[in-house]
Write a protein that binds this ligand. Structure first.
Ligand code: AMP
Length: 154
């Protein structure tokens, strides 16, 4: 089965979680260790395009993934973010929830995380500040995460 994230074809090795209607994806350009994405299987750009079942599955998946990610990356909190449309900073036109483990003091000004989120966009893959990760590096992280989700992860 081909896994798509907007215009990108995703290698199965990058996926660490699957539910009926969503999947969890390690990030090409994470802004912090453990920054992952939750994506509906159906390729639609905007949050309002999702059916009630898809919204429910996406957010239940975000809850499950957030719980594991926070513990695994020794977080004290989580940032969950949806950039819903290009004017809001969305660069991949396929709904996704960013999940980012947070610790006190990780960003000097808390909301500067959104500046870094902007910089991590794939449209700026040539940004030397944050080069994209290799397939191998992403696969190692997905392999580490997958077993933490038991039966739901395929
Ligand atoms: P946004 O700017 O909210 O649309 O977020 C796009 C996110 O997708 C950023 O965190 C990128 O690092 C991430 N991203 C873009 N392309 C890929 C890809 N092929 N695999 C994994 N993550 C990606």
């Amino acid at each position: 089965m081909t896994i798509t994230f907007g215009p990108h074809t995703i290698r199965p090795g990058q996926v660490f979680f699957r539910s009926a209607l969503s999947y969890g994806l390690v990030n090409l350009k994470p802004i912090a260790p453990g920054h992952v994405l939750v994506v509906p299987h159906r390729l639609v750009p905007r949050f309002t395009d999702l059916t009630p079942d898809e919204v429910s599955d996406l957010f239940q998946s975000a809850q499950t993934i957030g719980r594991v990610i926070e513990r695994q990356f020794r977080g004290e909190s989580l940032t969950l973010a949806v950039q819903d449309g290009p004017a809001a900073g969305q660069t991949v036109p396929h709904v996704h929830v960013h999940i980012i483990p947070r610790r006190f003091g990780d960003w000097t000004n808390n909301d500067d995380i959104y500046v870094d989120l902007e910089k991590s966009s794939v449209a700026r893959v040539d940004n030397p500040e944050r080069p994209p990760r290799s397939e191998e590096e992403m696969a190692v992280e997905a392999d580490m995460l997958r077993p933490l989700f038991g039966e739901t992860a395929h």
